[in-house]
Design a protein around this ligand. Structure first.
Ligand code: AMP
Ligand code: MG
Length: 487
């Protein structure tokens, strides 16, 4: 275990120099205080979780203090936002404080979001508000617990600093951890500004540090791009299987590592709705739940364009062609497991599609349906779940197919079935209304609810005593909360 002053820095991105990032110091928050910290994320830095409660912790991650070895930098990038190219973006309210490596030899970027103005702030104030910082913290740690690749969050620091959004709120900072903060938009920036040397330097950097195994291949850059395609396909398959809607899949919010990144107005589905749009600024539904799949490919082709100086167009196209089949294989594999199936049959895709259509028509809770399906034998479970459906004949027909499919899958005991299904079907997910309750309490100075919710979400598959209220469908007020983009 390390103390806070024992972190070991190795600032590899900063060393790329001023063409890639600009030195900026964090702008401190007034009266910084710990809102919540993640023990699991602390462990990634070998930090003793107890240090989160010390005053120096809030000072460090509230922008007041800095390690001598840290090199805070605002990174420059660009990106396609809602389909249109924005030539210059960058860390407008976040700073890469430095890169730390742990005892296992893993590198972690320390990225402080809400750290004040930078040369890339455009019209913004460089700040993040408490509500969005809490949402990012909870989502990062909840997705990780579900087994979905994601950036992590070490802590949220609250403050008394006023920040203006639709109304006056309080500033906060979230400390984000990821092996890299390089986005698709980094490549786009150097490609469209016609800086071939820097583009090549960036590609070398990513290949050497993050895809070293691709070096062994005959075409290392192509191998790296293929790997990026595969990782994105797998990540999005998991989003779809667990009902996660990212909300702002702009290419500046897509990680080069294929991890869920840059949380804004995200949501987990309550009722299943393929057309759900969680971002209320997304008028055309470009980033609706079901559109995430083709948008994943669209984003990868935007990255591919920026890689054309290194890889032939034909090879890039071929690699992009891997996306859908890989997505489908991962998605179907997960959905089979969610249905409790251990074997594969050709019609399984149809079985899943029919179920989703029925759930859509009846507004069935996506998470609880699968959880309850595993509570008992297939026959008993479908009999009990039947009441949630409006189209009873449709559900009965599906249930017959499902029971027959389960019977063909092989015999196991009810207990085995439950254990297997509960291991992949969470009981607790980060419902918007749960986050909202925790935020409302935190805004009035009570952080106990954020902390409790965070704890529950770190073990989403285990039933936890006394936590029934976190495993319910939302009350009426919590059903279609509009989440603003101005965070
Ligand atoms: P986002 O929608 O959070 O992914 O941000 C898109 C771009 O706007 C990024 O370059 C951000 O750094 C920048 N940005 C967002 N909010 C702010 C803010 N409050 N102040 C300065 N820049 C911001
Ligand atoms: Mg962003």
């Amino acid at each position: 275990m390390k103390a806070l002053d024992e972190l070991t820095f190795d600032n590899r991105f900063a060393r790329l120099g001023d063409a890639f990032s600009t030195h900026v110091l964090p702008e401190p928050l007034d009266e910084p205080r710990l809102v919540v910290a993640s023990d699991a994320a602390m462990a990634l830095l070998d930090l003793d979780p107890a240090v989160a409660e010390t005053p120096v912790f809030a000072e460090l991650f509230g922008g007041h203090k800095l390690w001598a070895e840290a090199q805070p930098r605002a990174m420059v990038y660009s990106g396609h936002q809602f389909g249109g190219y924005t030539p210059q973006l960058g860390d407008g309210r976040g700073l890469l404080l430095g890169e730390v490596y742990n005892q296992a030899g893993e590198h972690w970027d320390l990225h402080l979001k809400g750290a004040g103005m930078t040369p890339y702030s455009r019209m913004g104030d460089g700040r993040a508000v408490l509500r969005s910082s809490i949402r990012e913290f909870l989502a990062s740690e909840a997705l990780h617990a579900l087994g979905i690749p994601t950036s992590r969050a070490l802590c949220v620091i609250g403050s008394s600093t006023p920040v203006w959004r639709e109304k006056q709120e309080r500033g906060a900072m979230v400390l984000r951890l990821a092996p890299s903060h390089i986005r698709f938009g980094h490549f786009e920036y150097f490609y469209y500004t016609q800086k071939p040397e820097q583009l090549a330097e960036l590609a070398e950097h990513v290949l050497n540090l993050h895809y070293p195994e691709c070096r062994e291949q005959s075409e290392p850059y192509l191998a790296m791009f293929r790997e990026i395609v595969e990782r994105n396909a797998e990540m999005i398959a998991k989003w779809q299987a667990y009902g996660f809607c990212h909300g702002v899949m702009n290419t500046d919010n897509m990680s080069i590592l294929g991890i869920t990144f840059d949380f804004g107005p995200f949501a987990f589905l309550d009722d299943f709705d393929a057309h759900f749009i969680c971002n209320h600024s997304d008028h055309e539904g470009r980033y609706s739940f079901s559109n995430q799949v083709p948008i994943g490919q669209w984003n990868l082709s935007a990255l591919a364009q920026a890689l054309t100086p290194f890889i032939s167009v034909d090879a890039l196209k071929e690699a992009l062609g891997l996306y859908l089949p890989i997505y489908q294989a991962h998605y179907l594999d997960l959905m089979r497991r969610r249905l409790g199936l251990t074997t594969a049959e050709e019609d399984d895709q149809k079985l899943v599609e029919r179920l989703l259509k029925l759930m859509q028509n009846s507004g069935v809770d996506y998470t609880l349906f699968f959880r309850r399906l595993g509570d008992e034998s297939a026959a008993l479970a479908v009999a009990r779940l039947r009441d949630d459906f409006v189209d009873l004949a449709g559900f009965d027909a599906w249930a017959e197919q499902y029971k027959a499919r389960v019977a063909r899958d092989g015999d196991d005991s009810e207990a085995q079935r439950r254990e297997r299904m509960h291991a992949v079907n969470p009981l607790y997910i980060l419902r918007n209304y749960l986050a909202q309750n925790a935020i409302a309490a935190a805004e009035s100075g009570d952080y106990s609810e954020v902390r409790r919710l965070h704890k529950v979400l770190t073990r989403p598959f285990e039933e936890q005593a006394g936590m029934e209220q976190y495993a319910q469908r939302p009350p009426d007020w919590g059903k279609h909360l509009e989440i603003s983009c101005s965070s």
